[in-house]
Design a binder for this molecule. Structure first.
Ligand code: BEZ
Ligand code: MG
Length: 570
């Protein structure tokens, strides 16, 4: 890194660094695994409760605690400060008070927290009472745990009470755990709130693309998952509708089955062509939603609008003109697995090192996901017709790929599913459009929407988790399994190199230094789980051999040493 000489540039640079540090510091991470049947620990609980308290909960009459504190202190632009994601004394002051108030709550209860807040902000803190009462309820439920009891009941074939499926932060009433998770009524998706939130995200996504490329993407590929759309009541679905420039309309039975076109004057931007690849779980749970999405694309393609303001129409026209094809083929945009099939298998191919050319990974994605779900012009349902040429064609126009992340518990290096989907489709686009797409993720969890490039997200996840002592020490408390989790993170990081070339080489270097070259750490890992150490080392070596990283001699030697020692002697 070169130090900028010009003082203004230097200050801006230092500021930027500071903001990145704060971003990493504030990132909520799980510090350890959930142990079946065991309640959350106090420290973990405080972090969770602070997140729960940071949202308005009108259904409980509870205000977001940071907004309440800011208002009590007379800081009027807190919302803007947060939105800008910049740091300031005012913001630090508010956040500090919130942390302390939740700590007081954890130690002495709701009443004490209300009183503390009142003395700290110099205002009557009565208004914060509903928030702390909500926290009291959540806290009590976090302390109780019926998982083991429920498992035994289930094994005896007895009744298990139902509970909603969501993230604790999104819906604290997923607690207590150990219940029978129920999904949503697919006809209720997207909910009103999901649609409102999705507008912010879709706008931010398009703004970011515009800033980076000077125009909107001609077509965008979207990954939609079932569980995510359950948790968010359909935010992903709503984002697709916004990008197309339509809103859902409820029919007389209050079901979201109809579409209303948002006029271009109101939309103020072109309608984006959206190619949707949905998971097998989504397909099974959200059949009516798939029809809604398909209906939206067809409606938009048929609008009599200038082609430069309606990319769906432009792309459909282009394809029909080029191939003398049918409207039904040219407008197909909703794809999933064949009926009864799930997943892309890209994760298996990557983790088993079974590919030679990069394009193989994208081809596998298309092979698995090229089944069209639509209703043709004659009104006939098409449920999973193999249509490889149509997905190939739709992807060849894609300029950006995107997935919404809705949970702080599971990020893009925690599981192999993000790279199998978003990585898989990005690789498929790269070969079909002859150019690597811009790859984005959003963080719809926090109250302010963040769009990040894949590279930024990999860096953030690496710093907040894999290389963060808080994270890996939390994992190592679990012994053998904890080391396996670290190894999983390295393997999933590798997945982003394989599918999207999105991992900076320094990441592999720092992983090597932290886990293999630090002698004390290396010995600890070896004692706990030499098998995962071996796999992790193999993965780093493979990253080198495949050209993702060029380690210096010291590191390379260490990798060779670890790999040449027989596992039994490790
Ligand atoms: C889903 O919810 O659709 C999903 C869950 C795990 C992996 C892939 C998809
Ligand atoms: Mg799995």
């Amino acid at each position: 890194m070169t130090l900028k000489q010009n003082p203004t540039e230097r200050d801006a640079h230092v500021n930027q660094l500071y903001e990145q540090l704060v971003e990493i510091e504030q990132r909520l991470i799980p510090t350890g695994l959930h142990v079946f049947g065991r309640a959350a620990e106090l420290k973990e609980k405080a972090d969770l409760l602070r997140m729960v308290a940071s949202f308005d909960r009108p259904e409980h009459g509870a205000r977001a605690l940071p907004e309440f504190v800011a208002a009590a202190l007379g800081i009027e632009d807190y919302h803007e400060l947060k939105q800008a994601n910049s740091t300031s004394e005012a913001r630090e002051l508010v956040d500090g008070i919130v942390v302390e108030a939740v700590n007081v709550f954890c130690e002495s209860g709701a009443e004490a927290a209300v009183n503390w807040l009142s003395s700290r902000t110099g205002k009557d803190a009565e208004q914060s009472r509903p928030t702390f009462l909500l926290l009291a309820e959540v806290s009590e439920q976090l302390d109780s745990n019926h998982e083991m009891e429920s498992l035994l009941r289930a094994l005896r074939g007895e009744y298990i009470g139902p509970g909603p499926g969501a993230d604790i932060v999104q819906n604290p009433f997923v607690l207590p755990t150990g219940r029978n998770t129920h999904a949503v009524n697919p006809y209720s998706v997207p909910s009103h709130i999901a649609f409102v939130r999705a507008k912010g995200t879709a706008d931010a996504l398009l703004r970011r693309h515009f800033e980076e490329h000077g125009r909107y993407p001609r077509a965008l590929a979207l990954v939609l998952w079932g569980l995510d759309n359950i948790k968010t009541q359909g935010e992903g679905v709503a984002q697709a509708l916004w990008l197309l420039g339509v809103r859902p309309v409820r029919d007389s039975l209050n079901r979201a089955t109809e579409i209303e076109v948002i006029p271009l004057e109101e939309l103020n931007r072109p309608r984006i062509d959206v190619v949707m690849t949905v998971s097998g779980i989504f397909r099974d749970l959200f059949t009516p939603t798939m029809s809604l999405l398909d209906k939206a694309v067809r409606r938009v393609a048929a609008l009599d609008e200038p082609l430069e303001m309606n990319y769906v129409r432009r792309n459909v026209r282009e394809k029909m003109d080029a191939e003398h094809g049918t409207f039904d083929d040219a407008v197909t945009r909703v794809f999933s697995n064949a009926p009864g099939n799930y997943g892309t298998n890209v994760n298996f191919m990557v983790l088993q090192s079974e590919w030679e050319n990069d394009s193989t990974l994208g081809d596998l994605f298309v092979t698995r996901k090229c089944f069209a779900y639509t209703r043709d012009s004659a009104g006939r349902n098409v449920e999973g017709r193999e249509a490889r040429h149509l997905l190939d064609d739709a992807l060849s126009r894609v300029e950006a790929t995107y997935q919404n992340i809705d949970s702080f518990e599971v990020g893009i290096t925690d599981v192999d599913h993000y790279f199998e989907y978003l990585g898989g489709i990005s690789k498929a686009v790269e070969t079909r459009s002859q150019s690597r797409p811009a790859i984005y993720l959003s963080d719809s969890l926090s109250s302010q929407t963040r769009i990040r490039s894949l590279e930024e997200t990999v860096r953030l996840e690496t710093r907040a988790k894999t290389l963060n002592p808080k994270w890996y020490e939390g994992m190592l408390k679990h012994g053998f399994r904890g080391v396996a989790e670290i190894e999983n993170h390295v393997a999933n990081t590798f997945g982003w190199s394989a599918t999207a070339d999105a991992v900076d080489p320094w990441i592999y270097t720092e992983i090597s230094k932290t886990f293999l070259l630090d002698e004390a750490m290396f010995q600890r890992l070896m004692e706990l789980n030499p098998y995962s150490v071996n796999s992790l080392t193999k993965r780093l070596m493979e990253a080198h051999e495949r050209g993702y990283w060029n380690p210096d001699e010291e590191i390379l030697e260490r990798l060779r040493d670890v790999l040449s020692a027989p596992l039994g002697q490790l």
